[in-house]
Design a protein around this ligand. Sequence first.
Ligand SMILES: Nc1ncnc2c1ncn2[C@@H]1O[C@H](COP(=O)(O)OP(=O)(O)OP(=O)(O)O)[C@@H](O)[C@H]1O
Length: 214
Amino acid sequence: MTFRLEARHLACERDDRWLFADLDIEVGSGEIVCIEGPNGSGKTTLLKILSGQLADYRGELYWCGSPMRQVRGDFLANLLYMGHAPGVKAALTPLENLAWYQALAGETGNENARMKALAAVGLMGFEDIPAAQLSAGQQRRIALARLELIERPLWILDEPFTAIDRDGVAEFEQRLLAHARRGGSVLLTTHHDLTPLGELRRIRLGRGAVHAGH
Ligand SMILES: Nc1ncnc2c1ncn2[C@@H]1O[C@H](COP(=O)(O)OP(=O)(O)OP(=O)(O)O)[C@@H](O)[C@H]1O
């Protein structure tokens, strides 16, 4: 399947200033797009708009060429969004967290697949320990196991590498690349330096560049 998410003339105002204005973005099969910019430049806001979580913006979103409001259900069925916070339930074990993610995605799955996903993110041996007792990086790895477990072509990831160690970042970067090479796509923010690759495009947001002027 080939697909494309497009934003045209996107603009968003916060606190009487434009975070971005007249912004065009496209991401399609096989592409990785990294949104860069300093703290407060609007990266999280932009990813929330592109993943359909915010409505207070100007401009148009299209999924596979159709206006988003007409194809929202299809778009959401193809999207895996991972927010800034890891979104891990502290009282649940890694295995239970993965079962919970699957339930949210409308899937039942099986324990073998969940164990395989945990092994892939380096959590073998920790599967039955409540997440509250795991380190910040291990909790982030539980969240990242979703990428292994839930098959969605478009990944929108807000700071996915927070608290991940250097070797882990290199491994996850390879996972993003493998996803793109299988025809998937990734839209992400990260303060890590990603390896420059053919699949990677960068979009830079500025800080408080334009005042809204009312
Ligand atoms: N709901 C909101 N209401 C008012 N202002 C907001 C809201 N959400 C975000 N902002 C403001 O918009 C600006 C951009 O925030 P955003 O979280 O998108 O930045 P960011 O580039 O992701 O930052 P960081 O690198 O620190 O994560 C900030 O100044 C923030 O205070």
